[in-house]
Design a protein around this ligand. Structure first.
Ligand SMILES: [Zn+2]
Length: 316
């Protein structure tokens, strides 16, 4: 009898500890691949990250699927970029899922395109007149505030902190684990910024001008004093007008801009047409709003390094 009690106790102890060790990872849904990577870096083995808008995909024009809705409902936490980056249907679906939703740009002062970026002011202004008949209410959201915060590794420290805070809220038992991984990641982000600052510091100020397809690099521009031109605004939703394209073409000619990039998430035809008309060679592509399917931008840090290297080569 005594022996069976010991067996019972033993069985209980084994069960208890194996449950602790084999506890299922926390299912977390992230809206796009860059945020998915940051969440994986901080969440480590305690999380299972599912990302809605995958590598090389464009979140601005993403169509939500029924699988996405199911993933959101089955998760314990939904992380969004915020600042109008996610489409309204995605934002609504997240809110209606009854799962905690966090926007990881919380506390970051966004670039307001109508006041801070005068070279974009004209585009956006014209645009709101040209297309005021279609989706006019979400319009200001999408076009006034720049959501591409990840293109500044300094702001990414706040972003990463917000990811960690959200994970701790939902999984307080993992607090020490998340905090430790966060502080390692913060260090990597600091090194990334230091490295990028050193590289860009060697580029003469007059050469720091770049053309891309849409305005995804406002935060990089602000941090490292580079001017980015783009036929499209901060969203890829609306096509640029012929007048906007003509203005960009004359600017490239007048200022002898030679750094011209397509983007991994976008049809390259517009940039190719501008390059053809100005006789400028395309310098390559940049990873603007998504990681890559291949290894060149498999993580956020890889992506940022790739972009800095490509930009500095083209601006020499
Ligand atoms: Zn974008």
């Amino acid at each position: 009898m005594k022996l069976s009690r010991i067996y019972l106790l033993f069985a209980f102890v084994v069960c208890f500890f194996s449950r602790q060790i084999l506890a299922a990872p926390l299912p977390v849904v992230t809206s796009f691949s860059i945020l998915g990577d940051v969440t994986q870096q901080i969440g480590g083995q305690r999380v299972k990250v599912q990302t809605l808008v995958g590598p090389d995909q464009d979140a601005h024009i993403y169509q939500l699927s029924s699988k996405d809705l199911r993933l959101m409902r089955q998760s314990k936490l939904i992380l969004l970029n915020g600042l109008g980056f996610e489409s309204l249907p995605l934002q609504r679906a997240a809110q209606q899922s009854h799962v905690p939703v966090y926007e990881v740009t919380k506390g970051i002062k966004p670039i307001d395109m109508h006041t801070d970026h005068d070279h974009n002011h004209d585009h956006d202004h014209d645009h709101s007149h040209d297309h005021s008949h279609d989706h006019s209410h979400d319009h200001d959201h999408h076009h006034a505030i720049d959501p591409h915060v990840w293109n500044d590794p300094v702001l990414m420290q706040t972003y990463a902190q917000n990811v960690a805070d959200a994970l701790i809220q939902v999984d307080p038992a993992g607090k020490a684990y998340y905090q430790q991984r966060l502080s390692q990641y913060q260090q990597q982000l600091q090194q990334l910024n230091q490295w990028a600052s050193n590289i860009f510091a060697r580029i003469p100020a007059a050469n720091r001008k770049v053309l891309t397809g849409h305005d995804a690099f406002g935060y990089l521009a602000q941090r490292y004093h580079i001017e980015f031109l783009a036929p499209q605004g901060v969203s890829t939703e609306a096509e640029p007008s012929a007048r906007q394209v003509a203005a960009i073409i004359s600017q490239i000619r007048e200022q002898h801009i030679k750094a011209v990039f397509t983007e991994n998430i976008k049809d390259p035809r517009m940039v190719k047409r501008i390059a053809d008309e100005t006789g400028v060679h395309i310098s390559g592509h940049l990873y603007s709003d998504a990681l890559s399917r291949d290894q060149s931008a498999a993580t956020y840090i890889d992506m940022f390094r790739y972009n800095v290297n490509a930009l500095s080569r083209a601006m020499q």
